[in-house]
Design a protein around this ligand. Sequence first.
Ligand code: SAM
Ligand code: ZN
Length: 280
Amino acid sequence: MNSNAQTMSNFICPVCGKGLTMTPKSLVCKNNHNFDTAKSGYTNLLLSQTVKTKNHGDDKLMVRSRQAFLDKGYYKPLLDLIYESVKRHAFTGARILDAGCGECWYTANVYEYLVGHKITPQMFAVDISKDALVAGAKRNKEIELAVASVFHLPVQDESCDMLFSFFAPFGVEEFGRVLKDGGILIRAIPLERHLWSLKTAVYDEPYENELDDLEQAGFDLIEKQAIRQTIHLPCNQDIINVFTMTPYYYKTSAQDQQKLQALQELDTEVEFGLLVYKKR
Ligand SMILES: C[S@@+](CC[C@H](N)C(=O)[O-])C[C@H]1O[C@@H](n2cnc3c(N)ncnc32)[C@H](O)[C@@H]1O
Ligand SMILES: [Zn+2]
């Protein structure tokens, strides 16, 4: 995991902020705060008082659907764009954090891509969903994983060279805290008409996604790219998976969801923005 002789974790203690040492079954700080590492390989560093509401993140069904859908390569064009942006800024030993990693499809693929290009980063990732990390831990054992919120990262100030936020809650102030000066923040977002035909198949009056202000205080936006394509979904399972992996799933009535059961194929738009920021 971490080649450092002291086997220090990439994470810090969420209680006292000291460094965490890896033991076979837990992470422990010098004040003896101890956090069990699950058999699957992630450590829970989320303190109950950290999250105000009961946010458990994505559940098993969403995770399974996303895993099945992403593994079919429908979003590979975005992954290719991410590879290029990351490679421009990464170097061996770079500390790269994926904040809201889900089941680590991007995290693990980017890690393997960099290693394949003779760049070995120190990669670690957080998500608030245990179910996501159970799946993520199977993808690559070199990536250290913790349950944590992107709004309260158990990570030392100014310790990261690069940070990813792909389709996840955007804790920009916290990202600014943990990135070094000049550190790189790479963000992927859905654009206005992402999955438009899927939405029109479900909703009588679909709405376009609203885009946040792209400028972020404390950061310079140094790269901005967009992908707009149509993908062909050739079977009902893929249609159901892409719908179930999005938050629409839980916001949609059973009656509207039912409309997808009859669809055996669908062409739908996929529209992504990839934004690269540099911390001032
Ligand atoms: C749409 S998924 C994206 C996952 C992954 N980055 C990807 O693109 O495949 C959003 C993820 O954010 C996680 N999440 C939601 N709220 C969070 C929070 N406050 N802190 C960390 N992760 C959170 C969810 O559990 C989910 O895995
Ligand atoms: Zn501690």
